[in-house]
Design a protein around this ligand. Structure first.
Ligand code: COA
Length: 260
């Protein structure tokens, strides 16, 4: 697949997706979102891929938001469709059948912060900066920011960030629970790969179903979530990987998972 605005490669079962518009600080225009959509469709269906790392090209930005030159032209009806299109793609990422790690290498503002929040794990460089500065443009976050930020941190911190448009650094993002870990810029990618390799070495059906159960907590009550967990647990027990994992433990050897 030939992309203009993203880079895509697969190495050792890890897919690397890089938003590649560094001269525009990797701002997400319509074409970039369309490419992301098709790229994540491909990733979903590729059995050779176990996990995804998403990052931004260049030194400065992960993604500095939706493309403001496109935003500027919207009317009320277009605006709703614009928001729904971004939400659809970020939902596709959140509901992917494999984990997605955001390696946040610089500015993650507006749609960039929202993209990072749609990923399952966020690692940040010490140079990363996070924020939802949409109020400065007279709009609200439209790619899931009001919902995911409030769930990830809490409603009062989300309100502070969204209402002020303030930008916070990586350590503050870590302190409030927005990112999992903070690394020196030169370490970020190798740490992301290390984490991806670790997850990739586990039973991949268990990884996929764990993720499904965890992501479902946004929509399900605890009672329904526990029922769902039991269903998925049962599913795991019907797999060869489960027999292999438990047998390997009992036989004191390393398991060889086959995703079956
Ligand atoms: N949409 C479109 N273009 C953007 C952009 C965005 N969200 N963010 C940055 N760019 C472009 C700039 O217009 C500039 O393009 P130009 O060289 O053709 O003029 C280029 O990227 C570099 O950005 P610049 O503003 O010169 O860099 P900076 O280091 O001075 O500032 C930021 C960096 C991130 C603070 C600043 O670019 C910014 O505030 N961006 C918008 C962030 C935002 O509001 N995002 C939410 C959108 S919903």
């Amino acid at each position: 697949m030939n992309y203009q605005n993203i880079l895509f490669e697969v190495k050792n079962r890890i897919a690397f997706v890089t938003i590649n518009r560094p001269d525009k600080l990797n701002a997400l225009n319509h074409d970039t979102l369309t490419e992301l959509k098709s790229c994540f469709e491909l990733i979903r269906n590729d059995n050779e891929i176990n996990i995804v790392i998403i990052t931004g090209a260049g030194e400065k930005a992960f993604v500095a938001g939706a493309d403001i030159s496109e935003l500027n032209k919207l009317n009320e009806a277009d605006g709703k469709a614009f928001s729904e299109f971004g939400q659809e793609i970020f939902n596709q990422i959140e509901n992917l059948n494999k984990p997605v790690i955001a390696a946040v290498n610089g500015f993650a503002l507006g749609g960039g912060c929202e993209l990072a929040m749609a990923c399952h794990i966020r690692l940040a460089s010490e140079k990363a900066k996070f924020g939802q500065p949409e109020v400065n443009l007279g709009i609200i976050p439209g790619y899931g920011g009001t919902q995911r930020l409030a769930r990830l941190v809490n409603t009062c911190r989300a309100a502070e960030l969204v209402l002020t448009g303030d930008i916070i650094d990586a350590n503050e993002a870590y302190r409030i629970g927005l990112v999992n870990k903070v690394y020196a810029p030169e370490e970020l990618m190798s740490k992301a790969v290390e984490l991806a390799e670790k997850i990739s070495s586990k039973g991949q059906i268990a990884v996929e179903l764990s993720l499904k159960a965890i992501v479902s907590t946004d929509d399900l009550s605890e009672t329904d979530g526990l029922k769902y967990e039991a269903d998925l647990f049962g599913k795991c027990c019907g797999t060869d990987d489960f027999k292999e994992g438990t047998s390997a433990f009992l036989e004191k050897r390393k398991p060889e998972f086959k995703k079956k």
